[in-house]
Design a protein around this ligand. Structure first.
Ligand code: DGL
Length: 254
């Protein structure tokens, strides 16, 4: 069984990639919607939330914790990872691998304010590609829009356009460095135009998870998905169904 957590609905974009790549693995996903958005929180709060969330999953005896929150990975890059029984798969590492294997040199990083404050993305990418130029932009308006279900229409379009306008020209690629942002991908595509690639780190992340599952021999399950929120369970159920569709294998726990 794989364990995932995020501050909210962003974790579903990682869950989707994992489900495509590892259809037989059982997945437990915890959305900490009581504390969303993480991106506006203090480093001290984020350390505490990271510790509590990995402890929650570790106590469920998951085979691996597949990180679904960039802000928590950026926190760990600065403060260190909590000690866990399960191995932890770092999403920022997956993003850096994606950039390196595509050979991009000029990279925009759109992320939460807490993530950009750590410069973890710049450090991880430049440690792999010394000639890379990395431009980080914080986008605090986007997570609240996604959590409110505002994925289409003028409001999210304008918010994404305003973020992309802060990026320099001639980029090779832009990393969607918060797991909520792939849900706004159509707006990123429109704002960035065809010449700029968009990278969802969850694609390489799921590949890495599959490689670890094969290497470590994780027992296959039944492909069940267990979703838990610390927020409003009814709103969460609706939002999950909206993003994933009504799937028989999803159960909701309180
Ligand atoms: N989706 C998370 C991330 O990848 C956190 C967003 C937030 O709560 O601000 O960073």
């Amino acid at each position: 069984m794989l364990g995932l957590f995020d501050s909210g609905l962003g974790g579903l974009t990682v869950l989707q990639r994992l489900r495509e790549r590892l259809p037989q693995q059982d997945i437990i996903f915890f959305a900490d919607q009581l504390h969303v958005p993480y991106g506006d929180r203090t480093p001290g709060e984020l350390v505490e939330l990271l510790r509590a969330n990995v402890e929650f999953l570790d106590a469920r005896a998951v085979d691996a914790i597949v990180m679904a929150c960039n802000t928590s990975c950026a926190t760990a890059a600065r403060e260190g990872w909590p000690v866990t029984k399960a191995p932890i798969l770092d999403l920022i590492e997956s993003a850096a691998i994606a950039v390196e294997s595509a050979g991009y040199q000029r990279i925009g990083v759109v992320a939460t304010a807490a993530t950009t404050a750590t410069r973890a993305y710049t450090q991880k990418i430049t440690s792999r590609i010394s000639r890379a130029h990395v431009f980080e932009v914080a986008a605090p308006a986007l997570v609240p829009l996604v959590e409110a279900g505002k994925l289409v229409g003028e409001e999210p379009r304008a918010a994404v356009a305003a973020v992309c306008a802060q990026l320099p020209p001639d980029l090779d690629a832009v990393l969607l460095a918060c797991t909520h942002y792939p849900l706004l991908d159509a707006h990123f595509a429109a704002a960035l135009g065809e010449g700029v690639a968009r990278i969802d780190p969850a694609i390489v992340h799921a590949e890495r998870a599959a490689a670890i599952a094969a290497h470590e021999g994780f027992a296959p399950g039944t492909g069940s998905i267990t979703c838990i929120t610390s927020g409003d369970p009814e709103r969460f159920r609706l939002a999950v169904t909206n993003v994933l569709g009504k799937l028989p294998e999803i159960t909701f726990e309180r």
